[in-house]
Ligand binder design. Sequence first.
Ligand SMILES: Cc1cc2nc3c(=O)[nH]c(=O)nc-3n(C[C@H](O)[C@H](O)[C@H](O)COP(=O)(O)O)c2cc1C
Ligand code: SF4
Length: 421
Amino acid sequence: MNDILFRHNRPDRAATFEEYRAEGGFQALQKALADLSPDAVQQTVIDSGLRGRGGAGFPTGKKWSFVPRNLPGPRYLICNCDEMEPGTYKDRVLLERNPYLLVEGMALACYALGVERAFIFIRRGYELAALNLKGAIAQTHKAGFLGSAICGSGFNLELDVHQSAGRYICGEETALMNALEGIRANPRSKPPFPAVKGLWGQPTVVNNVETLSNIPAIVAHGPAWFKALAATPEGAGTKLFCVSGHVQSPLCLELPIGTTLGEIIDTHCNGMRTGSTFKACIPGGASTPYFTKDHWTVPLDFDPVAKAGSRLGTGGIVVFDQSTCMVAATLNLVRFFARESCGWCTPCREGLPFVQHTLERIESGRGDLADIDILREHVHKLNYAFCALAPGAMGPVEGLLRLFEDEVREHITGGKCPVKG
Ligand SMILES: Cc1cc2nc3c(=O)[nH]c(=O)nc-3n(C[C@H](O)[C@H](O)[C@H](O)COP(=O)(O)O)c2cc1C
Ligand code: SF4
């Protein structure tokens, strides 16, 4: 398989500017500035079929095409490296191994979008990644691939790194913009969408680290090459899967998008830990409904995963073995989301703690059979919250009720956890 994102990786440290350059780094940017118009770069990304890797899988080129070209004032690009979703650590790995790929990807995106100032919003605590990134920006500046009149063209670009003050909601793109502006980080209403009215009221594109890091290879090799990397006919490119939990070898790997769950666990993670058998997993970060052994052969690409009842999300896979109580696992996730609710809207602020307390009762053997319907009702009602945090929080609850209702019932009828005793 052709690695794109991990191509320049060293086993124990980040690639240097010289190494990245010697391995073809910044050639895509040089090619674009010399031979391609901004519209041609955007069209290349549209044709590549690249879909956003931040969770929702929105087509990247299409998102760029929503930015109006005729509004006065600046446009902005923001790279989202908030990455606070439990079970997801791919953006950290990318930046710890090779920050130059993101810098070049952002430069190409900014050229396509007509952006001259862009930001990287990075999770507080990702200190090594932030340090690498700041160093990479300085080196790239020195080499003339950032700053004024880049490579002798008329294109100018400055990149700024902003370290988050730290809340999960800051990863939501409009809350992120509030945080960057220094005001309370609650989501904004949409429409207007950021592409039209974003940071400081100006057109703004928000893209994930992994999304932007794919751009140099797409521009260098073309859309057909990128599409052919996928394991599914409808897919495009590779995907970073970060696996944790009860597998033999938890790790972050780059594989063709559409690789099956079974192959990831059996071949790449060396199977389950000794004594463990697979019970379930979260396939795409904490806000995605569970997969079970029935989903072993589902290609992990956006549409097949959605068809199978979950979401590819971030590709953060958390694996559970037979010793896991699924009520307790779900409670653990809901507790996180309830704590991270920004409190802006009532369904989420009040609903998530209520769901948490209901699960706590069931888990400790004090539940009532009526709680099952109450939970189901909340899965439905929390879809009407102000932003996607609350519906996402209910992803594992929906999966619990659909796939493990018997286990929930046994907690209630037996008055104790049937798994832990
Ligand atoms: C509560 C919440 C947290 C989010 N956290 C992140 C995050 O940490 N990183 C990210 O890229 N996207 C996150 N998103 C999605 C962003 O709002 C946005 O869709 C994404 O950054 C777009 O990038 P993409 O098009 O490249 O996927 C989050 C969304 C929600 C609702
Ligand atoms: S759904 Fe939750 S996180 Fe989103 S605005 Fe409402 S309170 Fe805030």
